[in-house]
Design a protein around this ligand. Structure first.
Ligand code: GAP
Length: 448
């Protein structure tokens, strides 16, 4: 975790945290470099047995808050492949570009807008060595079917958002909703980033969690303010410390081609403040563009006022993979315990990959049998780990590094007293709980 600032001081980024977290994620099976046995494939990652749980929990927490606990947002799962017409209308073919420069001395490529000094190459130190900037389109293009060429071009979506706009009329007609209402989607997006990096922060294949909220035009500003607050609170509710978060409004010259106002939720990464999520007022840009290009009506007839209007759109757009990384960085902690360093991920129980680990004290069947029985009573409720290898101290340390909030030890006394030792990850405090009260104990502790 980065240092908590003394009152009114700026929080301080911790550059050493980056390597610690990346090493932990590989050592414990969160994230592996993709195609590892072939030397890896640059900035592409696979989510291992623990990472897949954490990532899924981040996405589930988002879905729960954005769809399940509301009555005004509906879900969608749109296709990843889409025809050029979608991206022509959305403006991505013309505008979804980054300025690319090459260093004429070392041939390294850079995004001009990400350079600290546009006169000095950060790789070789040469000055005034950059080529003129070229606009590089970030979309991945491929072809559908066996024939290449015009008429067969297909794009991998660079954002999930367009699926919500192209399905606006379908959802409106089938759901009986009326503005204000939203369509939410979680899924993979692809961008041919010039400079991917910082682990899973910027990759070419990543997951987004986006919601398009369609509102009567006069209410757009109010809803924009609402979603800025709501989305900031989501991170806090999942245990993100407030001093590591901030909401930053975009300057006029930063705004995307579709946006009239955007605020970013930023996290204090080891390299400084950087974006987790953007909340944008997209106005009527997308619905109008798709209606014009497709010839379909993408508006709303309000029977109450007998008027037809194109809703404005407020869009909270977050990255699932990037957010997962931020939660890992925020949760990482080290402390001295009896002369040794204990590494612990203080993840919110909703995000923790395993909620519970069941640990029989020995491999003897009189312990493993009842421990497995206890495991099977907890598994329908929670994702559980089960571990009977190594000494109990090492097993606790392993669970601490996975962020498991509770370990349950079945020992020799358990056979007689029908109770188990329940250990808390954060305090390392232990208490003896009757086996038939364990589930109720966990439900009270987690609140779910
Ligand atoms: N529909 C709007 C949109 O896509 P964006 O700011 O380009 O907005 C939204 O993307 C979020 O998606 C970002 O805040 C970030 O969390 C995530 N994201 C974008 N590009 C990414 C990349 N190359 N790797 C990982 N996450 C990325």
């Amino acid at each position: 975790m980065s240092d908590v600032p003394p009152d009114s001081a700026e929080p301080i980024a911790d550059p050493a945290l980056f390597d610690k977290v990346v090493n932990l994620t590989k050592r414990r099976g969160f994230v592996f470099p993709s195609a590892d046995i072939y030397g890896g494939f640059r900035s592409t990652y696979d989510y291992g047995p623990i990472g897949v749980l954490l990532l899924r929990n981040v996405k589930d927490a988002w879905w729960r808050s954005m769809v399940q606990l509301r009555h005004d947002v509906l879900g969608l799962d749109a296709a990843i492949l889409s025809p050029p017409a979608v991206w022509e209308a959305s403006g991505h073919l013309a505008n979804f570009t980054d300025p690319l420069v090459d260093c004429k001395v070392c041939n390294e490529r850079f995004r001009l807008d990400k350079l600290d000094d546009t006169e000095v190459c950060p790789n070789c130190g040469a000055t005034h060595s950059f080529t003129e900037a070229r606009q590089f389109n970030l979309m991945f293009k491929t072809h559908a079917g066996p024939v290449e060429g015009a008429g067969h071009d297909v794009y991998l979506r660079p954002e999930t958002a367009q699926g919500m706009f192209t399905n606006f009329a379908n959802v409106l007609q089938t759901s009986r909703k009326k503005p204000p209402f939203g369509i939410a989607q979680i899924g993979k997006s692809f961008r041919n980033e010039i400079t991917p990096g910082n682990f899973v922060f910027r990759t070419r294949e990543f997951e987004q969690m986006e919601m398009e909220f369609f509102v009567p035009p006069d209410d757009a500003d109010e809803w924009y303010q609402y979603w800025r607050k709501e989305r900031f609170q989501w991170y806090l509710d999942l245990g993100m410390p407030e001093h590591l978060l901030r909401l930053r409004d975009h300057d006029e010259d930063e705004l995307s081609h579709y946006s009239s106002a955007t605020a970013d939720v930023e996290f204090l990464f080891p390299w400084g403040w950087d974006e987790l999520e953007g909340i944008a007022n997209r106005g009527t840009f997308d619905l109008t563009a798709h209606a014009t290009a497709s010839g379909e009506k993408l508006d709303y007839f309000d029977p109450a006022t007998n008027t037809r209007y194109t809703p404005k759109v407020i869009e909270p757009a977050a990255g699932a993979t990037r957010t997962m990384m931020a939660f890992l960085m925020a949760a990482y902690d080290e402390e001295e315990v009896r002369g040794e360093t204990r590494v612990v991920l203080r993840l919110h129980p909703r995000l923790a990959p395993y909620k519970v680990a069941v640990l029989p004290l020995s491999k003897k069947p009189e312990l493993t049998g009842p421990a497995e029985e206890l495991l099977s009573t907890l598994q329908p409720h929670y994702m559980c780990d089960y571990d009977e290898t190594q000494n109990i101290g090492k097993r606790y340390r392993r669970q601490d590094e996975l962020g498991t909030p509770v370990c349950i030890t079945y020992d020799f006394e358990s056979v007689d007293d029908h109770a188990v030792t329940v250990r808390d990850r954060d305090t390392m405090g232990q208490e003896r709980i009757p086996i038939d009260e364990v589930l109720a104990h966990l439900q009270a502790k987690f609140g779910f």
